[in-house]
Design a protein around this ligand. Structure first.
Ligand SMILES: [Zn+2]
Length: 274
């Protein structure tokens, strides 16, 4: 092989390595690129992960008044249609602001806007949850995800997919309370929460009514995650279409001054299969 040829092959090798290295180092980043521009040209699917709000959603046990809407003006009477509404901050698909548990933390309007955009890390525990309603995602499952998809990128949003959305909006099935009133549904474990916090995720979310598993008495995940200044998304709608890696999330909570949380619209941007 001539020196020139060897040099040329070497150069091709370097270029190829440079092209694939970012994919290997930042698998999530390379997959997220182009998702926004793909919305207009039909290459990206936008999936709405929020439930429409009405008075028939599943409330936290004990919450009686949850939502009320009143018509203030009608087209017939006033020439235009408006309503006023009242609702709980933690009802339907909602965001828990850091101040929800630890005092002195950010209210919903104070969460930095950049925390609302990030790659989705989907942790699928549907099989485990079907067998054990008290299942808590172990930290090892987060590590397993990283073995498959690479280290969780800073600013990601970690979603726990339990399959519980299929029970919505049947309060009995969704809350799954036993005779003593204790709820039984899966959640994050404190160890998994700690690991996700160490990866500097922007927030976590779940398709159940709480990030802690249903039978939790101490709300360890709430204390850890909110205490670290992150937010939680609860009662997310069906996550089955969101891939384990590669989707991008847009989280748009109501900007309620001083709020402990509030209704949130969550969108997943997903590349359409070619
Ligand atoms: Zn909440």
């Amino acid at each position: 092989m001539s020196g020139l040829r060897r040099l040329r092959l070497f150069a091709i090798g370097v270029v190829a390595a440079m092209m694939f290295l970012p994919m290997a180092l930042f698998p999530q980043k390379s997959q997220s690129q182009g998702l926004l521009s793909g919305i207009a040209d039909g290459k990206t699917r936008v999936v709405d992960l929020s439930y429409a709000i009405n008075d028939k959603l599943v409330p936290w046990p004990g919450d009686e008044k949850v939502f009320e809407a009143e018509v203030n003006a009608t087209v017939e009477k006033n020439g235009y249609f408006t309503r006023s509404f009242w609702m709980l901050e933690h009802y339907g698909t909602h965001l828990d602001a850091p101040i929800h548990f630890p005092p002195g933390k950010a209210t919903v309007d104070q969460i930095p806007a950049k925390q609302f955009f990030g790659p989705a890390v989907v942790l699928d525990v549907r099989a485990e949850a079907a067998k054990n309603a008290d299942y808590q995602l172990p930290a090892a499952r987060v590590e397993e995800w990283e073995k498959k998809h690479g280290r969780i990128a800073e600013g990601s949003i970690a979603l726990l997919r339990t399959g519980w959305a299929s029970r919505w909006p049947d309060a009995q099935k969704y809350r799954n309370q036993d005779a003593s009133g204790t709820m039984h549904f899966p959640g994050f474990s404190a160890e998994a929460a700690k690991l996700l916090i160490s990866r500097k995720v922007s927030g976590i979310g779940c398709d159940t009514i709480s990030a802690d598993y249903g039978a939790s008495q101490d709300f360890a995940v709430h204390h850890l995650v909110l205490g670290a200044g992150l937010y939680q998304l609860e009662n997310l709608a069906d996550l089955s279409d969101v891939p384990e890696a590669g989707a991008f999330l847009v989280v748009a909570p109501i900007k309620l001054e001083g709020g402990s949380g509030g209704a949130v619209r969550v969108f997943a941007l997903i590349q359409k299969q070619k």
